[in-house]
Design a protein around this ligand. Structure first.
Ligand SMILES: [Zn+2]
Length: 296
Protein backbone atom coordinates (compact mmCIF):
# COMPACT_ATOMS: atom_id res chain seq x y z
CA UNK A 1 0.00 0.00 0.00
CA UNK A 2 1.49 3.36 -1.02
CA UNK A 3 0.77 6.38 1.17
CA UNK A 4 -0.26 9.83 -0.09
CA UNK A 5 3.25 11.31 -0.07
CA UNK A 6 4.55 8.48 -2.16
CA UNK A 7 1.70 8.93 -4.61
CA UNK A 8 2.54 12.64 -4.95
CA UNK A 9 6.12 11.71 -5.77
CA UNK A 10 5.05 9.33 -8.51
CA UNK A 11 4.31 12.13 -10.93
CA UNK A 12 5.49 12.75 -14.47
CA UNK A 13 4.95 15.07 -17.43
CA UNK A 14 3.28 13.36 -20.37
CA UNK A 15 4.22 14.73 -23.80
CA UNK A 16 3.47 13.82 -27.41
CA UNK A 17 5.80 14.33 -30.38
CA UNK A 18 3.16 15.13 -32.97
CA UNK A 19 4.50 14.47 -36.42
CA UNK A 20 3.31 13.24 -39.82
CA UNK A 21 5.28 9.99 -40.02
CA UNK A 22 4.53 9.33 -43.69
CA UNK A 23 5.44 12.83 -44.81
CA UNK A 24 8.68 12.76 -42.80
CA UNK A 25 9.66 9.30 -44.08
CA UNK A 26 9.06 10.19 -47.74
CA UNK A 27 10.95 13.45 -47.33
CA UNK A 28 13.92 11.79 -45.65
CA UNK A 29 14.08 9.18 -48.44
CA UNK A 30 13.80 11.79 -51.22
CA UNK A 31 10.56 10.35 -52.59
CA UNK A 32 9.15 12.58 -55.31
CA UNK A 33 5.51 12.05 -54.26
CA UNK A 34 3.64 14.28 -51.80
CA UNK A 35 2.01 11.82 -49.38
CA UNK A 36 -1.76 12.02 -48.89
CA UNK A 37 -3.13 13.64 -45.75
CA UNK A 38 -3.62 11.35 -42.73
CA UNK A 39 -6.20 13.63 -41.13
CA UNK A 40 -8.62 10.98 -39.82
CA UNK A 41 -5.85 8.75 -38.46
CA UNK A 42 -4.10 11.60 -36.66
CA UNK A 43 -7.36 12.80 -35.09
CA UNK A 44 -8.12 9.22 -34.06
CA UNK A 45 -4.76 8.73 -32.44
CA UNK A 46 -5.10 12.09 -30.61
CA UNK A 47 -8.46 11.00 -29.19
CA UNK A 48 -7.13 7.52 -28.31
CA UNK A 49 -4.23 8.90 -26.27
CA UNK A 50 -6.29 11.60 -24.54
CA UNK A 51 -9.25 9.33 -23.78
CA UNK A 52 -6.98 6.77 -22.20
CA UNK A 53 -5.11 9.40 -20.18
CA UNK A 54 -8.31 11.02 -18.93
CA UNK A 55 -9.49 7.68 -17.50
CA UNK A 56 -6.79 7.88 -14.87
CA UNK A 57 -6.11 11.59 -14.33
CA UNK A 58 -8.74 13.29 -12.24
CA UNK A 59 -7.29 16.75 -11.79
CA UNK A 60 -4.82 17.63 -14.49
CA UNK A 61 -5.44 16.21 -17.92
CA UNK A 62 -3.56 18.77 -20.00
CA UNK A 63 -0.23 17.92 -21.59
CA UNK A 64 2.33 19.26 -24.07
CA UNK A 65 2.36 18.48 -27.80
CA UNK A 66 5.65 19.05 -29.62
CA UNK A 67 4.47 19.63 -33.20
CA UNK A 68 6.39 19.96 -36.45
CA UNK A 69 5.80 22.94 -38.73
CA UNK A 70 4.48 20.38 -41.23
CA UNK A 71 1.61 19.63 -38.82
CA UNK A 72 0.62 23.31 -38.85
CA UNK A 73 0.70 23.34 -42.67
CA UNK A 74 -1.16 20.08 -43.21
CA UNK A 75 -3.42 19.67 -40.16
CA UNK A 76 -4.34 23.15 -38.85
CA UNK A 77 -7.68 21.91 -37.48
CA UNK A 78 -5.96 19.33 -35.30
CA UNK A 79 -3.63 21.99 -33.86
CA UNK A 80 -6.66 24.20 -33.14
CA UNK A 81 -8.50 21.34 -31.44
CA UNK A 82 -5.50 20.59 -29.21
CA UNK A 83 -5.37 24.24 -28.14
CA UNK A 84 -9.11 24.44 -27.50
CA UNK A 85 -8.80 21.31 -25.33
CA UNK A 86 -6.36 23.25 -23.13
CA UNK A 87 -3.05 21.64 -24.08
CA UNK A 88 0.27 23.30 -24.83
CA UNK A 89 1.61 23.51 -28.38
CA UNK A 90 5.41 23.42 -28.51
CA UNK A 91 7.73 22.90 -31.48
CA UNK A 92 9.32 19.71 -32.88
CA UNK A 93 11.24 21.29 -35.75
CA UNK A 94 9.93 22.60 -39.05
CA UNK A 95 10.45 19.35 -40.89
CA UNK A 96 11.45 16.31 -38.89
CA UNK A 97 15.12 16.87 -39.78
CA UNK A 98 18.11 16.19 -37.52
CA UNK A 99 19.39 19.29 -35.77
CA UNK A 100 23.01 18.15 -35.85
CA UNK A 101 22.87 18.11 -39.64
CA UNK A 102 22.21 21.87 -39.76
CA UNK A 103 24.38 24.96 -39.44
CA UNK A 104 23.49 27.26 -36.54
CA UNK A 105 21.92 29.67 -39.03
CA UNK A 106 19.78 26.87 -40.46
CA UNK A 107 18.73 25.89 -36.92
CA UNK A 108 17.72 29.46 -36.12
CA UNK A 109 15.92 30.02 -39.45
CA UNK A 110 14.05 26.72 -39.64
CA UNK A 111 12.97 26.82 -36.00
CA UNK A 112 11.81 30.43 -36.30
CA UNK A 113 9.77 29.46 -39.35
CA UNK A 114 8.17 26.50 -37.53
CA UNK A 115 7.50 28.63 -34.46
CA UNK A 116 5.74 31.30 -36.57
CA UNK A 117 3.58 28.72 -38.34
CA UNK A 118 2.55 27.01 -35.09
CA UNK A 119 1.93 30.31 -33.39
CA UNK A 120 -0.23 31.64 -36.26
CA UNK A 121 -2.40 28.52 -36.36
CA UNK A 122 -2.67 28.00 -32.60
CA UNK A 123 -2.90 31.65 -31.52
CA UNK A 124 -0.55 30.61 -28.72
CA UNK A 125 2.94 31.74 -27.80
CA UNK A 126 5.24 28.81 -28.62
CA UNK A 127 7.74 28.48 -25.78
CA UNK A 128 9.18 24.99 -25.95
CA UNK A 129 11.23 22.88 -28.32
CA UNK A 130 12.19 19.23 -28.69
CA UNK A 131 14.66 18.19 -31.38
CA UNK A 132 13.39 15.57 -33.86
CA UNK A 133 14.83 12.20 -32.79
CA UNK A 134 16.54 14.05 -29.90
CA UNK A 135 19.18 14.97 -32.49
CA UNK A 136 21.33 17.31 -30.44
CA UNK A 137 24.32 16.63 -28.24
CA UNK A 138 24.28 18.21 -24.78
CA UNK A 139 27.75 19.67 -25.35
CA UNK A 140 26.83 21.21 -28.69
CA UNK A 141 26.67 24.69 -27.22
CA UNK A 142 26.53 26.45 -30.59
CA UNK A 143 23.27 24.76 -31.66
CA UNK A 144 21.86 24.96 -28.12
CA UNK A 145 22.54 28.69 -28.29
CA UNK A 146 20.61 28.91 -31.57
CA UNK A 147 17.68 27.04 -29.96
CA UNK A 148 17.76 29.33 -26.93
CA UNK A 149 17.44 32.36 -29.20
CA UNK A 150 14.10 31.05 -30.51
CA UNK A 151 12.56 29.27 -27.52
CA UNK A 152 12.21 29.71 -23.76
CA UNK A 153 12.84 26.07 -22.94
CA UNK A 154 14.26 22.94 -24.50
CA UNK A 155 13.32 19.30 -23.85
CA UNK A 156 15.81 17.44 -26.05
CA UNK A 157 18.60 16.40 -23.69
CA UNK A 158 18.97 13.29 -21.53
CA UNK A 159 20.30 12.99 -18.01
CA UNK A 160 20.35 10.16 -15.49
CA UNK A 161 20.46 12.10 -12.26
CA UNK A 162 20.48 15.55 -10.72
CA UNK A 163 24.29 15.36 -10.36
CA UNK A 164 24.61 14.42 -14.01
CA UNK A 165 22.45 17.43 -14.94
CA UNK A 166 24.29 19.74 -12.53
CA UNK A 167 27.73 18.96 -13.91
CA UNK A 168 26.45 19.76 -17.44
CA UNK A 169 24.82 22.96 -16.15
CA UNK A 170 28.03 24.09 -14.49
CA UNK A 171 29.94 23.80 -17.77
CA UNK A 172 27.24 24.90 -20.18
CA UNK A 173 27.80 28.40 -21.51
CA UNK A 174 24.26 28.72 -22.88
CA UNK A 175 21.49 30.27 -20.84
CA UNK A 176 18.76 27.80 -21.70
CA UNK A 177 16.07 26.26 -19.52
CA UNK A 178 16.29 22.53 -19.94
CA UNK A 179 13.51 20.07 -19.10
CA UNK A 180 15.32 16.83 -19.89
CA UNK A 181 13.81 13.57 -21.04
CA UNK A 182 15.61 11.13 -18.74
CA UNK A 183 17.44 8.00 -19.70
CA UNK A 184 18.54 5.17 -17.46
CA UNK A 185 20.62 2.02 -17.80
CA UNK A 186 18.32 -0.88 -17.01
CA UNK A 187 19.23 -4.00 -18.95
CA UNK A 188 22.97 -3.36 -19.16
CA UNK A 189 25.16 -0.42 -18.19
CA UNK A 190 25.81 0.33 -21.86
CA UNK A 191 22.19 0.32 -22.97
CA UNK A 192 20.23 3.41 -22.10
CA UNK A 193 16.44 3.31 -21.89
CA UNK A 194 14.47 6.48 -22.52
CA UNK A 195 11.10 7.00 -20.87
CA UNK A 196 8.66 6.46 -23.71
CA UNK A 197 8.52 6.13 -27.50
CA UNK A 198 10.02 2.98 -28.99
CA UNK A 199 11.29 1.83 -25.61
CA UNK A 200 7.74 1.42 -24.36
CA UNK A 201 6.74 -0.23 -27.59
CA UNK A 202 9.60 -2.72 -27.88
CA UNK A 203 10.21 -3.77 -24.29
CA UNK A 204 7.97 -5.11 -21.54
CA UNK A 205 6.38 -2.24 -19.62
CA UNK A 206 8.44 -3.13 -16.54
CA UNK A 207 11.56 -1.80 -18.32
CA UNK A 208 10.23 1.73 -18.86
CA UNK A 209 8.46 1.62 -15.49
CA UNK A 210 11.78 0.84 -13.78
CA UNK A 211 13.44 3.69 -15.72
CA UNK A 212 10.77 6.09 -14.45
CA UNK A 213 11.22 4.96 -10.85
CA UNK A 214 15.00 5.23 -11.11
CA UNK A 215 14.62 8.78 -12.50
CA UNK A 216 12.42 9.84 -9.58
CA UNK A 217 14.91 8.33 -7.15
CA UNK A 218 17.70 10.28 -8.90
CA UNK A 219 15.81 13.57 -8.34
CA UNK A 220 14.72 14.30 -11.88
CA UNK A 221 11.05 14.81 -12.75
CA UNK A 222 10.38 12.26 -15.49
CA UNK A 223 9.09 13.40 -18.86
CA UNK A 224 7.35 10.65 -20.82
CA UNK A 225 6.93 10.89 -24.59
CA UNK A 226 4.67 9.24 -27.15
CA UNK A 227 3.99 9.48 -30.89
CA UNK A 228 0.67 9.53 -32.72
CA UNK A 229 1.32 6.02 -34.03
CA UNK A 230 1.88 4.69 -30.50
CA UNK A 231 -1.86 4.46 -29.99
CA UNK A 232 -3.32 3.97 -33.42
CA UNK A 233 -4.70 0.68 -34.66
CA UNK A 234 -4.23 0.42 -38.39
CA UNK A 235 -1.86 0.89 -41.26
CA UNK A 236 -2.99 4.25 -42.65
CA UNK A 237 -0.04 6.08 -41.10
CA UNK A 238 2.37 4.09 -43.25
CA UNK A 239 3.66 5.24 -46.61
CA UNK A 240 2.10 3.34 -49.54
CA UNK A 241 4.20 1.68 -52.22
CA UNK A 242 3.33 4.53 -54.56
CA UNK A 243 4.20 7.24 -52.03
CA UNK A 244 7.68 5.79 -51.72
CA UNK A 245 8.18 6.26 -55.47
CA UNK A 246 11.67 7.46 -56.23
CA UNK A 247 12.76 6.83 -52.63
CA UNK A 248 16.15 5.34 -51.99
CA UNK A 249 15.91 1.77 -50.56
CA UNK A 250 12.20 1.72 -51.34
CA UNK A 251 11.64 -2.01 -50.74
CA UNK A 252 13.62 -2.02 -47.49
CA UNK A 253 11.61 0.86 -46.04
CA UNK A 254 8.30 -0.47 -47.27
CA UNK A 255 8.85 -3.74 -45.40
CA UNK A 256 10.51 -2.11 -42.42
CA UNK A 257 7.70 0.35 -41.67
CA UNK A 258 5.02 -2.34 -42.12
CA UNK A 259 6.78 -4.61 -39.65
CA UNK A 260 7.16 -1.67 -37.33
CA UNK A 261 3.51 -0.65 -37.28
CA UNK A 262 2.35 -4.23 -36.92
CA UNK A 263 4.76 -5.07 -34.13
CA UNK A 264 3.55 -4.81 -30.54
CA UNK A 265 0.54 -2.59 -31.30
CA UNK A 266 -1.67 -5.17 -29.63
CA UNK A 267 0.05 -4.64 -26.29
CA UNK A 268 0.47 -0.88 -26.45
CA UNK A 269 -2.90 0.06 -24.97
CA UNK A 270 -2.42 -2.05 -21.85
CA UNK A 271 1.10 -0.75 -21.36
CA UNK A 272 -0.06 2.86 -21.57
CA UNK A 273 -3.00 2.14 -19.27
CA UNK A 274 -0.75 0.82 -16.57
CA UNK A 275 1.69 3.77 -16.90
CA UNK A 276 -1.19 6.31 -16.79
CA UNK A 277 -2.66 4.54 -13.79
CA UNK A 278 0.56 4.51 -11.80
CA UNK A 279 2.01 7.96 -12.60
CA UNK A 280 0.10 11.14 -11.91
CA UNK A 281 0.13 13.79 -14.64
CA UNK A 282 1.98 17.00 -13.73
CA UNK A 283 0.48 18.87 -16.68
CA UNK A 284 1.89 21.12 -19.39
CA UNK A 285 5.64 21.72 -19.47
CA UNK A 286 5.27 25.49 -19.93
CA UNK A 287 3.78 25.67 -16.42
CA UNK A 288 7.20 24.71 -15.12
CA UNK A 289 8.57 28.01 -16.40
CA UNK A 290 6.67 29.67 -13.56
CA UNK A 291 8.80 27.76 -11.08
CA UNK A 292 12.07 29.68 -11.28
CA UNK A 293 14.13 27.47 -9.01
CA UNK A 294 13.29 23.90 -9.74
CA UNK A 295 13.52 22.91 -13.36
CA UNK A 296 14.24 19.31 -12.59
ZN1 LIG B 1 9.76 13.01 -33.66
Amino acid sequence: MVNENEVAKLAVHYTVDLEDFTYDLCRSLDSNILPKLRTDSLFESYHNILNLLSLFQENISNITFFCTGVMADRYPDLIKLIVSDGHEIACHGNFHDDIYGMTTKEVRDSLSEAKDKLSNISGMEIKGFRAPKFSINKNDYARLQAISEVFEYDSSLHFQSKQDYQSWRNNCTVDIKEFPVPYQSIISSKFMIKTGGSYLKLFPKSVVRTAIHKTIKNNITPIIYFHPYDLYYGYDMLASWNELKGASSKLYWYIRQTQWAGAFNWSQKNKLKSIFKEFKNLGRLDKRLLNKHNHL
